[in-house]
Ligand binder design. Structure first.
Ligand code: C2E
Ligand code: MG
Ligand code: MG
Length: 410
C-alpha cells in the first residue's frame, strides 16, 4: 500500500515518490463529481472521435476502454458495468458504420463489442478491487486531511468550554477548551472524528496553534473581567497531542502566545495524555513548559501507562482521572478501588486530582469521599460556547451548584 507519510519523505531523495504523492493528491482532490465528469467526458469524447473519423468502419472504438477502466478503478464493478453498457450503446446503435452513408451497424457486431466492454470492465474491477481497498482507506484519510486544511482556511473550527469545579466549594475554578468543527454539510463534528487524522499529519500543529491562540485570547478576556471585579480568575485548560510535544518550538510558541494576550502563565493548563510519558524527549519539553510557568496535567489518567515512575519523573501538577473509571463509581468497594488507588497515588506525589465525566450525584458524593479536588462532567455543565459560559457561570461566587451541595449534605 502506498503510504503518503513515506511518500512525503523527500529526505530519502526519491523524486518518483514525491511525484507519486502529488499525483495521488491531485486525483483525490478531484471530487466524486470531478471523476464522474471525467467518465462522461471520456465516453462522449470516444464517440466524437469515431464519428469525426467517419464511423465504426474507419476507426475501431478502443477509446471507450479508458473511461471503463477508470470507472472500474475509481468506483468498482457496478460503475464499471454501467459505464460499459453506456459505451456499448454509444459505440453500437448510436454510431454509424459509415457516417457519410448513414448506415447502421449490424446488431450482432455491436452486441459482441458490448460484451467485450462489460467483460473488460468487470475484470478490471475484480483485479483492482483487493489492491485498491487499503488504498481506498488511504484515500479516505487524505480526503479528510484536505477537508481539515480547507476548514482551517475557512475558520470552521471553534472552541467550547466545559467548567471545572472545586469539589470543596462547588464553584467554577477553570474551564477546559474543547474543539468543535462546524462542517457546512456534516454539522458539528466532534474531535474524536477528525483529531486522529490531524494527529497523523502536520495539520495538528495548525490546529493546536489555533486552539492555543483562541483559548488564551478568551482566557485573557475573562481574566481582565475577573480582575476588574476583584475575583479569582478561571484557569484555561487546553489539550495538546503527543505530536505537539515533538515540536522543539512548542515552548517558545506558548510563551509568545501568552505574551500576545497578556495572560499570566499560571492561568494556562496544558493537558497531555499518558502516552507522552513514555517518550524520553518529552521530559525536556515539559521542563521547558514548566520553566515558562504553565500548569501541566495528565489527561485520561488510568487508561494508558499509569505508572508511578513516569509520574515521578515528569514535572506534572495535576492528574485527570479518566471517565471510564469515574463512571463506574458506585457504593461497592470494588468499583471504587482503582479510583481510590489513583487518588492516593496522586496525593502522595502532591498532585491535584480531577474526576472527569461526573454524571450523577452518587458519583459526585463518592468522588468527594475519595478525596478528589476537582471535577467536571455533564452533572455540572456540558461544554458550552463562550457567551453561554459567561451567561450561566459568569457570577463566580460559590453557590452555582448549591442545590447539589444541599442535596449532598442532607
Ligand atoms: P478530554 O480532553 O478527556 O475531554 C473530555 C471529553 O469528555 C470531552 O469530549 C467532553 O465533552 C466529554 N465529557 C465531559 N464530561 C462528560 C460527561 O459527563 N459524560 C460524557 N459522556 N462525556 C463527557 P470531546 O469534546 O468530544 O473531546 C474528546 C477528546 O478529544 C478530548 O478528551 C481530547 O482528548 C480531544 N480533544 C478535544 N479538544 C481538543 C483540542 O483542542 N486539541 C486536542 N489535541 N485534542 C482535543
Ligand atoms: Mg482534556
Ligand atoms: Mg480526558
Amino acid at each position: 500500500m502506498v503510504r503518503p507519510q513515506s511518500l512525503q519523505d523527500t529526505s530519502t531523495g526519491s523524486i518518483a515518490n514525491l511525484l507519486a504523492y502529488r499525483t495521488l493528491r491531485a486525483s483525490i482532490a478531484m471530487s466524486r463529481r470531478g471523476a464522474l465528469s471525467a467518465i462522461i467526458g471520456g465516453l462522449l469524447g470516444s464517440w466524437l472521435i469515431v464519428y469525426l473519423s467517419g464511423g465504426a468502419d474507419s476507426m475501431v472504438p478502443h477509446w471507450y476502454y479508458v473511461p471503463i477502466i477508470f470507472a472500474a478503478a475509481r468506483f468498482g464493478p457496478i460503475a464499471a458495468l454501467v459505464v460499459a453498457l453506456i459505451a456499448g450503446i454509444l459505440a453500437g446503435p448510436l454510431t454509424y458504420v459509415d457516417v457519410a452513408a448513414a448506415t447502421l451497424q449490424d446488431p450482432a457486431r455491436w452486441l459482441t463489442r458490448t460484451g467485450f466492454f462489460v467483460g473488460n470492465g468487470l475484470l478490471m474491477a475484480w483485479l483492482f478491487g483487493p489492491s485498491l481497498r487499503p488504498f481506498g482507506e488511504e484515500i479516505g484519510r487524505m480526503r479528510e486531511e484536505l477537508e481539515i486544511q480547507r476548514a482551517l482556511k475557512k475558520d470552521e473550527f471553534a472552541l467550547v468550554y466545559q467548567p471545572v469545579l472545586s469539589l470543596e466549594s462547588l464553584s467554577v475554578v477553570g474551564v477546559e477548551a474543547l474543539i468543535r468543527w462546524h462542517h457546512p454539510e456534516r454539522g458539528e463534528v466532534s474531535p474524536g472524528h477528525f483529531m486522529p487524522v490531524a494527529e497523523e499529519s502536520k495539520l495538528i500543529h495548525e490546529i493546536s496553534d489555533f486552539v492555543l491562540d483562541e483559548a488564551c485570547r478568551q482566557a485573557s478576556v475573562w481574566h481582565r473581567e475577573c480582575e476588574t471585579q476583584g475575583r479569582e480568575s478561571w484557569y484555561m485548560a487546553i489539550n495538546l497531542s503527543s505530536r505537539d510535544l515533538l515540536d522543539p518550538t512548542l515552548a517558545s510558541r506558548v510563551e509568545r502566545t501568552l505574551e500576545r494576550h497578556s495572560l499570566p502563565a499560571r492561568l494556562l493548563h496544558i493537558e497531555l495524555t499518558e502516552s507522552i510519558l513514555a517518550a524520553d524527549e518529552a521530559v525536556f519539553q515539559l521542563r521547558q513548559l514548566k520553566r515558562i510557568g504553565v500548569h501541566l496535567s495528565i489527561d485520561d489518567f488510568g487508561t494508558g501507562y499509569s505508572s508511578l515512575s513516569y509520574l515521578d519523573r515528569f514535572p506534572v501538577d495535576t492528574v485527570k482521572i479518566d471517565r471510564s473509571l469515574v463512571m463506574n463509581l458506585g457504593p461497592e468497594a470494588s468499583s471504587q478501588a482503582l479510583a481510590k488507588g489513583m487518588v492516593l497515588l496522586a496525593n502522595s506525589l502532591e498532585l491535584a486530582t480531577v474526576a472527569e465525566g461526573l454524571e450523577t450525584e452518587e458519583q459526585l458524593e463518592i468522588g468527594r469521599q475519595l478525596g478528589f479536588h476537582f471535577a467536571q462532567g455533564y452533572l455540572f455543565a456540558r461544554p458550552l460556547p463562550p457567551d453561554e459560559v459567561l451567561e450561566q457561570y459568569g457570577d463566580l461566587t460559590p453557590g452555582h451548584f448549591s442545590s447539589l451541595a444541599t442535596s449532598m449534605d442532607t
